[in-house]
Write a protein that binds this ligand. Structure first.
Ligand code: BTN
Length: 302
């Protein structure tokens, strides 16, 4: 029977505390099999690799049929060693995670993917990595002649409907990172009519927009190619380049928005910019400027 990630972690505590060089490859492969139905290759690794022109992003790919959450599998793997650029994908997630502790519906028909990263960079810069990921996705979709836009902080929209979300999870020590997991959920071939009504109104998929079946390996490879370029910029600390590109692709700046934050009342105002940390700058109705670190943003007609 398949074990939960938590059970696996506690069962394998001793192995996990060893360095990757000391772990037998067969032992690791066995663990990976236990995590989910590994390598049945519903999303074929070879086809993704054919489209890759990266140096290290996606050079190692774990392709599952079903896992609880690719972010959790990626976190599990990240404990074993370097793995920078390793990808975990799954056809189905049974406990897909969205931002703010929400569930992320992950049936067949989507790209559910996580990237393991180990940047040597100040932990305060993590929000910029989420923005950078959004740029890479928006660029990938624009290459399909679809006008994708980014909504702060991390939703990719087509005609105001969400097609992709990003969940970045990090483990930091002092001011740097042990690892960062960038989780990306793209509605590729999702049949929107199968979604519950509230979601249907605000969601789209790539196939819904193009009226064609989407070739997932190609989209994944294009995304990883874009991602490596912008991730290298991030590591080189070219933050202005990332922020400017984000501003150009965003539909948030210049819009009147409503921000919902946990335990804090809703804030409304005109989004006038983002600062160097990726925080949204709002101009409130009384003229005051307010920076917002996180929250759920919706565009509002004023
Ligand atoms: C959001 O709420 O917009 C973020 C959604 C992120 C979903 C992706 S799917 C792959 C990865 N694994 C998860 O459990 N979540 C992320």
């Amino acid at each position: 029977m398949k074990k939960s990630m938590q059970e696996l972690i506690s069962k394998n505590k001793a192995k996990l505390s060893r360095k990757v060089s000391q772990i037998d490859e067969a032992e690791l492969a066995e663990l990976l099999k236990e995590i989910g139905s590994y390598n049945i290759e519903h999303i074929p690794i070879d086809e993704i690799k054919k489209g890759l022109n990266t140096e290290y992003i996606g050079r190692e790919i774990y392709s599952y049929h079903e896992v609880e959450s690719t972010n959790n599998v990626a976190k599990f793997l990240a404990r074993f060693g370097p793995f920078e650029g390793t990808i975990v994908i799954s056809e189905i997630q049974t406990k897909g995670k969205g931002r703010g502790g929400k569930k992320w519906e992950s049936p067949k028909g989507g790209i559910w993917l996580s990237i393991i990263l180990k940047p040597e960079i100040d932990h305060l810069k993590a929000p910029l990595l989420t923005l950078a990921t959004g740029i890479a996705i928006a660029k990938t979709i624009r290459r399909m002649n679809i006008d994708a836009k980014i909504k702060w902080p991390n939703d990719i929209l087509i005609n105001n409907k969400k097609v992709c979300g990003i969940l970045t999870e990090a483990s930091s020590k002092q001011n740097t990172f042990d690892y960062i997991i960038v989780g990306v959920g793209i509605d590729s071939n999702l049949n929107i009519n199968n979604l519950e009504e509230t979601l249907r109104k605000i969601t789209t998929s790539l196939s819904n927009e193009t009226q064609e079946e989407i070739k997932e390996p190609k989209i994944i490879a294009n995304f990883l190619n874009e991602f490596e370029k912008i991730y290298n910029s991030f590591k080189e600390e070219n933050f202005d380049e990332i922020l400017n590109e984000w501003r150009r692709m965003s539909d948030t700046i210049g819009s009147y928005v409503k921000i919902k934050q946990a335990h804090i009342k809703v804030i409304e105002g005109l989004a006038v910019g983002i600062n160097n940390q990726g925080e949204l700058i709002l101009k409130l109705d009384n003229g005051e400027l307010k920076t917002i670190l996180s929250g759920e943003c919706s565009l509002k007609k004023h």
